[in-house]
Design a protein around this ligand. Structure first.
Ligand code: NAD
Length: 330
């Protein structure tokens, strides 16, 4: 099968080269995103392989369907960027990588917590400037704090396991309870109770119409003053404008985000010589208590290897018409 891979970075190529070498398939690596302007590049290919910031909405899907594409390979877990109903109506099948080292993302959420709390990013810069003062570097003990987990799937459970090790009280809200989470000492409560009682709230649920802007002005009001919010899931879970207001009045004491609502215009690109036109992220970056990383939660060797291997396995599931939970059907 001939695959056109969009949004390719050097690290994608490194891991996909290894995985594809064992097969008869071929990959054409393309650096551009897949969108209506680039859809013509799919001519002569059987499948596209895309990432989180390739937005496959109606127009793009119609254009690639005309080129004969029948298989969409998402090299990520989330699929909010693809209009699944439209793709299926056009006769395409969509596969994803539902699990690739949930620990990678959970550990990154913990990295955001510890960095925001103990300000190691500031301490590092200070010491390099021979400033050995501790002024304004005060943190808090994570031990015995209440941590609220929204979404206790694979990543939420991996996160719970780590935070249990810190000696935290674990509260969670999910539309389905997980036995694994309960085994790690998670106590399920209502969404509001998670918001009201938690010192740290970490989001681990998917973005869909019911979860979009699940944290907004009214929800921030319910939280403890100075709450820490961590989002390694999808930017759209938080109303960013409302979050900025809550930061300005000190309601949110710390915000750590690996994802951002408008990230497709920014993340995974070197824009260091460009003017940032997005005033919302520019405002966020002015807060001393906001830490932003550019969607790197998944970014470990183990996860990249698993993503490549599962994506290649998905091609074989498609060819042999083997039933798999990796196929997105909704
Ligand atoms: P998962 O499917 O295993 O778990 C998601 C959980 O969210 C499930 O338990 C589900 O019941 C729950 N959920 C669904 N709707 C909910 C709602 N309205 N309220 C509360 N909980 C709800 O997914 P996962 O592998 O744990 O991944 C979680 C999310 O992390 C993904 O959807 C993706 O957006 C994000 N992610 C981010 C990165 C990164 O690099 N930052 C990497 C992988 C995944």
């Amino acid at each position: 099968m001939k695959i056109a891979m969009f949004n390719t970075k050097t690290y994608d190529k490194e891991f996909f080269d290894k995985a594809i070498a064992k097969t008869n398939h071929t990959i054409q690596y393309l650096e551009v995103s897949l969108n209506p302007t680039t859809a013509a590049l799919t001519q002569g290919f059987d499948a596209v392989c895309v990432f989180v910031n390739d937005y496959l909405q109606e127009e793009t899907l119609e254009l690639i369907a005309k080129q004969g594409i029948r298989l969409i390979l998402l090299r990520c877990a989330g699929f909010n960027n693809v209009n699944i109903e439209k793709a299926r109506a056009l006769g395409m099948r969509i596969y994803r990588v539902p699990a690739y080292s949930p620990q990678a993302v959970a550990e990154h959420a913990v990295a955001l917590i510890l960095t925001l709390n103990r300000k190691t990013h500031k301490a590092y810069n200070r010491v390099r400037e021979h400033n050995f003062s501790l002024e304004k570097l005060t943190g808090f003990d994570v031990y015995k704090k209440t941590v609220g987990i929204i979404g206790t799937g694979q990543i939420g459970v991996a996160f719970a396991q780590i935070m249990k090790g810190f000696g935290c009280t674990l509260l969670a809200y999910d539309v389905h309870q997980s036995q694994d989470a309960l085994n790690h000492g998670v106590q399920y409560v209502s969404f509001d109770e998670v918001l009201q009682k938690s010192d740290i709230i970490s989001l681990h649920c998917p973005l869909n119409p019911t979860t979009k802007h699940m944290l907004h002005k009214q929800q921030f009001k319910k939280m403890k003053d100075g709450v820490m919010i961590i989002n390694t899931s999808r930017g759209g879970l938080i109303n960013t404008i409302d979050a900025i207001q809550a930061l300005k009045v000190g309601k949110i004491g710390y915000l750590g985000i690996d994802v951002y609502e408008q990230e497709e215009h920014l993340f995974f690109k070197d824009l260091s010589e460009r003017i940032i036109e997005d005033d919302v992220i520019a405002r966020l970056m002015t807060f001393p208590n906001v830490l932003i990383t550019a969607h790197q939660g998944f970014f470990t060797n183990e996860a990249l290897e698993q993503i490549a291997e599962t994506t290649i396995a998905n091609i074989d599931y498609y060819i042999s018409n083997t039933k798999t939970n990796n196929e997105v059907i909704v």
